[in-house]
Write a protein that binds this ligand. Structure first.
Ligand code: HEC
Ligand code: HEC
Length: 263
């Protein structure tokens, strides 16, 4: 009775043909793994060696860069810029899907530089050419001599900025006084430009396009920024993201920016 239940002898399970089939399967899997990793290495090298600003026009590289870049974006950037890249005026994080650039013109190489070195991030290769002064303080700007402004003057400037953005009901006398402060005592033109269109060489935003970094463009929010200043930071990812991740996320952001243009 006991003999019936005895296990099949090992020699019967590991017959020679089975062992050979097993070894062949392992060998094929190894070859497949080597082939996949060689393809990955080649694509990686191609993406890193390509002219960054041409990747989006390359029908072979673009889809690969975008797929990887999107993952990197969701893991590293979405927490501030939003999963859809549209940012938030509550936290002062800009929309990355529009044609309004704080820095540069939306090229992949320019965005890659922002990803690696950041904005006011403490990285000495990051953007840090200008801050928005705090005109309500005795010394509004540590880097340059600028006079503090009175609450009335700040109000007049807010009227001028509001009127430029189509805000109805501003007192014309206040708007004119604000204009004079903008061009004169306040020195606003020096960073934001005489026509308030902004300056993408130093990251000073347009004050005339109805788009706001922080707040809703109401008189209260504009006055607060003039009074308290702004010091927005995009972190430096050098050392936190490998070069391929930094490049592909820049490609993805350039794609988000450009997508609207064609709509
Ligand atoms: C901690 C929040 C935060 C994170 C995380 C962050 N950013 Fe930013 N980013 C900002 C803020 C705030 C600004 C605006 C800086 C300013 O006003 O000058 C900004 C600005 C930018 C700009 C310039 C936008 C323009 O209009 O010119 C780009 C491009 C950018 N970020 C890309 C990224 C990418 C890509 C990532 C992820 C790898 C990232 N950021 C992660 C907060 C963040
Ligand atoms: C030294 C350069 C500089 C000067 C002078 C300056 N600004 Fe700015 N301003 C900036 C920068 C840079 C930002 C964006 C700061 C940031 O994102 O952290 C900004 C942002 C702003 C914003 C917020 C815009 C938005 O999209 O939310 C307003 C409003 C503004 N400035 C108004 C003024 C007014 C009015 C004056 C003159 C009284 C003035 N600025 C003078 C550099 C300057």
């Amino acid at each position: 009775m006991q003999a019936d239940q005895a296990p099949v002898p090992t020699s019967a399970r590991f017959t020679r043909p089975r062992v050979i089939a097993f070894l062949v399967a392992i060998f094929l899997l190894l070859i497949l793994a080597v082939a996949i990793s060689a393809t990955e290495r080649r694509e990686r090298a191609e993406l890193l060696q390509a002219d960054a600003d041409r990747i989006l026009d390359d029908p072979r590289l673009a889809p690969k860069a975008l797929a990887k870049g999107r993952k990197v974006f969701l893991a590293n950037c979405a927490s501030c810029h939003g999963a859809d890249g549209r940012g938030s005026t509550a936290t002062g994080t800009p929309d990355l899907t529009d044609q309004d650039f704080l820095y540069g013109t939306g090229l992949v190489s320019e965005i890659e530089q922002i990803v690696l070195h950041g904005i006011r991030s403490g990285d000495d290769r990051g953007w840090n050419l200008a801050l928005m002064p705090a005109y309500g303080q005795q010394i509004p700007y540590p880097r340059e001599k600028l006079p503090p402004l009175s609450p009335k003057e700040i109000d007049q400037l807010a009227s001028y900025v509001g009127a430029m953005n189509g805000q109805a009901g501003e007192d014309p006398a206040d708007v004119l006084a604000g204009h004079n402060l903008f061009e004169g005592k306040g020195g606003c033109w020096d960073c934001h430009g005489r026509d308030a269109q902004g300056d993408p060489a130093i990251g000073a935003p347009s004050l005339a396009n109805g788009k706001w970094l922080r707040g809703d463009g109401s008189r209260r929010d504009i006055s607060r920024i003039i009074r308290e200043g702004l010091h927005s930071v995009s972190p430096a990812f050098r050392g936190r993201l490998d070069p391929l991740s930094a490049r592909t996320v820049a490609v993805y952001v350039a794609y988000l920016h450009a997508r609207k243009e064609t709509k």
